[in-house]
Design a protein around this ligand. Structure first.
Ligand SMILES: [Zn+2]
Ligand SMILES: [Zn+2]
Length: 255
């Protein structure tokens, strides 16, 4: 599998800062933040599967526009996978005709432009030889992380999360783990805010990584604009067993 980073910032503030979205091969999208706008119309139309970690705006705000852009160009519905609670939020608050049309009944309910597919924590979707599994995380709203497994190797993406024992247990059990993309939204100065909003700060991350009993390459995502350098420095100073790097736009992982 081949994952390309379209966006990995915790906010906006210039062309290089785009919120979370990853393109896997040519047909899978993980989250639909502002990074989606980097794709051409042809690339957008080639996406068959969208996996959402949660319904927070920075992870889904391009989804309504994506559906609108490709609807007339596709012959099959776009499948959007998410927890049932997340789907309910999207249907109630976004695809409600007030904010955006309900594309699950357009052009008709039998052959819609989009279909929502509920998943559960622990469930695995198989797309050919490729596996996408939903991982338990701890956030302020219903959320998951994702484990992508090509058979040859695995990449794990935390999505948004604060400290979570269950997540590290599952990740430790992944025998072919190669890459770990984990969020660290705040610097240590903002530990209080990280705790309230169930995100990571370098101090929490260092404590959490002690639960991971498996080597892997570690990449940091979701850094808040304006605090990026400080947060990365704090992370590098507090982790002894890892050489963490900041995730970059257009970075490609093959596994
Ligand atoms: Zn969030
Ligand atoms: Zn977020």
């Amino acid at each position: 599998m081949k994952l390309r980073v379209l966006g990995c910032s915790g906010g906006i503030g210039g062309r290089h800062l785009r919120t979370t979205s990853f393109l896997v091969d040519h047909d899978i999208l993980i989250d639909a933040g502002t990074g989606v706008a980097e794709l051409s119309l042809a690339e957008l139309a080639a996406i068959d599967h969208v996996f959402l970690t949660h319904a927070h705006l920075d992870h889904m705000l391009a989804l309504p526009l994506l559906i609108d852009a490709v609807a007339a160009r596709r012959e099959r519905p776009l499948l959007v996978y998410a927890l049932a609670e997340v789907i309910e939020v999207l249907q109630q608050h976004i695809f409600n005709w007030a904010i955006w049309p309900d594309f699950t009944c357009l052009p008709n309910a039998e052959q819609p432009f989009v279909r929502f597919v509920p998943i559960e924590v622990g469930s695995t979707i198989c797309l050919g030889d490729r596996k996408v599994a939903a991982l338990p995380v701890n956030h302020t709203v219903s959320a998951v992380g994702y484990h992508l497994d090509s058979g040859k190797g695995s990449l794990v993406f935390s999505g948004d999360m604060g400290p979570s024992e269950a997540f590290w247990q599952v990740v430790t059990d992944i025998s072919n783990l190669r890459y770990l993309l984990v969020e660290c939204a705040f610097s240590n100065q903002e530990c209080g805010l990280a705790k309230l909003s169930k995100h990571m700060c370098p101090r929490f991350l260092a404590e959490e990584l002690r639960r991971l009993d498996r080597p892997c390459d570690l990449f940091i995502t979701h850094l808040k604009p304006g605090d990026i350098e400080r947060t990365m420095l704090e992370i590098k100073n507090s982790l002894v067993d890892f050489s963490p790097e900041m995730l970059q736009n257009n970075q490609v992982f093959e596994f």
